[in-house]
Design a protein around this ligand. Structure first.
Ligand SMILES: CC(=O)N[C@H](C=O)[C@@H](O)[C@H](O)[C@H](O)CO
Ligand SMILES: CC(=O)C(=O)O
Length: 303
């Protein structure tokens, strides 16, 4: 058994969006407002500085500012996971140590990006991050962006350590998710990545989920989770279908995060635009964003 308390990592964990001011600088105030909003909705946790958080587009000091703001605002109410993946192991370690200092509850990392890495290299990278703090560690497996295929054997080797409490799997194969769950054992968390498959992931073994579209409709994912937990599978499926209709529309914009941020802005939560090369919503697309926001709010009102 792991010596860490794992329940706090289950449920709906929001992959938090980047928060900038009008000049495009990281805004700790906006990060606090956004984190507060999610705590008030009642989600389980926040995943800070991942894909949705644009960690890879920010300097280490900007990432630290954002994490500090989130932990200070909601760290006593929510589980805060710091994504510390970076191009170099050295920078990831710096971020992991900082995450521990400021009180994050876990660290997580993708394999180092850009270079094509051998499994040995990724293992050493993760191990160096794990060894740098006493926090639990969650592997982030997202082969479609990193190009790294995590093998079951490396997963098993990593999961054997007390500190490695789980994997966030963003690969789209629910079979792979199930295989990781079986390989990791009962006290190893598997967290669903693809939001479109939240229910499928949960049904086949995921303990919860971390997602990038949760941030514009946390209530709907909490509803799927509630229905699933109560065994109401028909109803859970209905909500998953609703969510998937929304995600399909979100993905039709030039950038997913641009669309999500524009939606939050319409609701009075201005967290800035995505950072280039990710694109904001074009003025000509704003009508479509407004309609989508209305649609999401309409469904949320039915929960
Ligand atoms: C590839 C990717 O970024 N996956 C995200 C996290 O796992 C998801 O949350 C997606 O953003 C979401 O499922 C929309 O496709
Ligand atoms: C999408 C997601 O889970 C992330 O931001 O890393």
């Amino acid at each position: 058994m792991k010596s860490y308390h794992l329940d706090r990592f289950k449920g709906i964990t929001i992959a938090m969006y980047s928060c900038y001011d009008e000049q495009g600088n990281v805004s700790p105030e906006a990060a606090r407002r956004l984190a507060r909003h999610y705590a008030d909705v009642g989600v389980s946790g926040l995943y800070v500085g991942g894909s949705s958080g644009e960690g890879m587009l920010q300097s280490a000091s900007e990432r630290k500012l954002t994490l500090e703001a989130a932990v200070q605002e909601v760290g006593r109410e929510l589980t805060v996971i710091a994504h510390v993946g970076a191009p170099s192991t050295r920078e990831s370690i710096e971020l992991a140590k900082h995450a521990e200092e400021v009180g994050a509850h876990a660290v997580s990392a993708v394999p180092a990006i850009y270079y094509r890495l051998s499994p040995q290299s990724v293992e050493r990278h993760w191990q160096a991050i794990i060894d740098s703090t006493s926090l639990p560690f969650i592997i982030y497996h997202i082969p479609q962006t990193t190009g790294f295929q995590l093998s079951k054997s490396l997963l098993v080797k990593m999961a054997a350590q007390d500190k490695v409490i789980g994997v966030k799997i963003s690969a789209e194969s629910t079979f792979e998710l199930q295989q990781f769950k079986a390989a990791g054992g009962d006290d190893f968390l598997v967290l669903n990545g693809p939001d479109e498959q939240y229910l499928a992931g949960r049904s086949i073994g995921a303990d919860g989920g971390i997602g990038g579209t949760y941030g514009v409709m946390p209530e709907l994912f909490m509803q799927i989770e509630r229905c699933f937990a109560e065994g109401k599978l028909e109803e859970a499926r209905k909500w998953q279908f609703t969510v998937n209709e929304i995600i399909t529309e979100l993905l039709s914009f030039p950038s997913l995060y641009g669309a999500c941020k524009a939606i939050l802005k319409l609701r009075g939560l201005d967290i800035g635009e995505p950072r280039m090369p990710l694109l904001p919503v074009a003025e000509t697309d704003m009508e479509r964003v407004r309609a989508l926001n209305e649609k999401i709010l309409h469904y949320i009102a039915q929960v």
